[in-house]
Design a protein around this ligand. Structure first.
Ligand code: MN
Length: 239
């Protein structure tokens, strides 16, 4: 099932050239369904909303990003299903590769929906988000295809609830650092700063993670030149 769902994802990418996950990394068990939003500076900047369903991430490219204002109907173009380990991907896709550009884990957490499979096939997802930036109720509704339209367009709309914000206060996109690493897009592009903390994958065992955290703390107290070289070493070690 998962393999079939991911065929399109794999066909679009050359994993010898991109560091994006191929869907082979073990993910942690979760009682709740996970979601992630990745800010993606490809040829056109957009925000990829990914909702866990049937062992993959159903995915939409939200061109303008989510808005907390219930008046805003944000176009969300459905794209190919992504593997769950993609949820931890933060880095840069090389130029010339599919989706070339920098990817930031902008938000993540859990989503909840009544009968999500049915809701998805009906084209009306009425759901809640429990993220670090986004909360409360949302609607994703599939638009009727226009003639000749190849893409499947949906609209993402905030519910009127305690988490809705109108006007200027709705600008949640101003919160512009990674929830996985605290880094800005520029830092991610330059491979600088903290390494992202995984959420979906169980890549590093606890013991390993501890060993890795040690030199980082030690480095913090040393000269900046030394700090830089440690950072470079760390980045390389994680590839
Ligand atoms: Mn994208």
């Amino acid at each position: 099932m998962v393999k079939k769902l991911l065929a399109k994802y794999r066909a679009k990418r050359d994993f010898t050239k991109t560091a994006e996950p191929s869907g082979q990394t073990k993910v942690t068990d979760s009682q709740k369904l996970r979601f992630v939003i990745q800010k993606h500076a490809a040829s056109h900047l957009h925000y990829d909303l990914r909702l866990e369903l049937d062992g993959v991430f159903k995915s939409w490219a939200v061109t303008k990003g989510p808005s907390l204002d219930p008046h805003d109907k944000r176009l969300a173009v459905e794209v190919e299903d992504h593997p769950l380990d993609y949820g931890d991907f933060e880095g840069t896709i090389p130029k010339g590769q599919y989706g070339g550009g920098t990817v930031m884990v902008w938000d993540r957490g859990f989503w909840d929906c009544e009968a999500p499979q049915q809701a998805y096939s009906k084209g009306k997802l009425d759901f809640t988000l429990e993220g670090e930036k986004l909360h409360g109720g949302w609607i994703l509704t599939r638009m009727r295809p226009r003639e000749g339209e190849k893409r499947t367009n949906w609209l993402l709309i905030k519910h009127r609830d305690a988490f809705a914000r109108e006007g200027k206060k709705s600008r949640i996109l101003d919160e512009d650092t990674s929830v996985a690493s605290g880094r800005s897009m520029d830092e991610i592009t330059a491979s600088k700063g903290r390494t992202p903390k995984p959420f979906v994958t169980a890549k590093t065992s606890r013991a390993k993670a501890t060993v890795e955290r040690e030199p980082r703390r030690a480095a913090a107290s040393k000269a900046s030149a030394k700090k830089r070289s440690t950072a470079v070493f760390r980045e390389k070690g994680l590839r």
